[in-house]
Design a protein around this ligand. Structure first.
Ligand SMILES: Nc1ncnc2c1ncn2[C@@H]1O[C@H](COP(=O)(O)OP(=O)(O)OP(=O)(O)O)[C@@H](O)[C@H]1O
Ligand SMILES: [Mg+2]
Length: 252
């Protein structure tokens, strides 16, 4: 006697956050800026993306977010290829980019910036709760909720940029030099918050940084780019003590 099994509807699996860049090549008309880059991130892993000026860090993050097209290669989130998708479709699938420089809308208040970040993810009371959770994470922002973006300090602006990305509940958070221009104490606080957010939310984090020491202090692994190629991919503690590598590619 054979049992017949009724087909059951399979729920769509929730993405866990495994990110794989395979053979990623990006150019701007001329010679490629990234040459067949392979990087794998496990779910919940914090990876520091390191390299000198012009190594290709920003280009890699922009290609991940869909802001520059890849000439070839795959961008796989839990096995699903994001490469054909537009920027906003990638955002809906859970990719968030905190770009370098000003990603805060200076004319809007802190509260309005956060609500903008939450726009397509949360509605009504859920949006209020999401905004309140960001204020809990970044207390200085709660005190500045009615201030315009241009009235904020550099550190407050970075907190707001990070808060605006987190409120959309991303699966993969990519950050481009979040420590730029910040005082060491503020950098340390920002890195601590980032690590906490990664651990408490299971976020997969790709952190491009010139501030190698700070980035490696919270990263599980580091990937070093040189002229658009991966020249090292190793545990953060190992990279931090590899003086030959630091001299060759990181300038200290
Ligand atoms: N829009 C563009 N058009 C042409 N070339 C570009 C463009 N954007 C970046 N490049 C080139 O790509 C290379 C990598 O630049 P990218 O900004 O990705 O480096 P980076 O590692 O982020 O550097 P930095 O540490 O200075 O921010 C550089 O040679 C740069 O001149
Ligand atoms: Mg850059």
């Amino acid at each position: 006697m054979s049992a017949t099994v009724a087909p059951t509807a399979q729920p769509t699996p929730t993405p866990a956050g495994a990110l794989a860049l395979r053979g990623l090549t990006v150019g701007f008309g001329g010679a490629p800026v990234l040459h067949g880059v392979d990087i794998e991130l496990r779910p919940g892993e914090v990876v520091a993306l390191l390299g000198a000026n012009g190594a290709g860090k920003t280009t890699l993050l922009r290609a991940l977010a869909g802001l520059v097209p890849a000439a070839s290669g795959d961008i796989l989130l839990d096995g699903f290829d994001l490469a054909p998708l537009r920027t906003e479709q990638r955002a809906r699938r859970g990719i968030a980019l905190v770009p370098d420089g000003q990603s805060v809308v200076a004319e809007l208040t802190v509260e309005e910036n956060l609500r903008l970040g939450a726009l397509w993810r949360h509605r009504g009371a859920a949006r209020d709760r999401a905004v309140a959770a960001i204020y809990e994470l970044f207390e200085p922002l709660a005190r500045r909720r009615t201030s315009d973006g241009h009235q904020l300090s550099g550190g407050e602006r970075q907190m707001l940029a990070l808060g605006r990305a987190l409120i959309a509940e991303p699966i993969v958070l990519a950050l481009d030099e979040p420590s730029l221009g910040l005082a060491p104490l503020v950098v340390a606080q920002l890195m601590g918050t980032l690590r906490d957010a990664a651990e408490s939310r299971g976020l997969t984090v790709l952190l491009a940084e010139q501030n190698v020491t700070s980035a490696l202090s919270i990263a599980d692994r580091g990937v070093v780019l040189d002229l658009g190629r991966v020249v090292a991919d190793a545990p953060a503690a190992q990279l931090a003590t590899d003086s030959a590598l630091r001299h060759a590619y990181l300038g200290f």
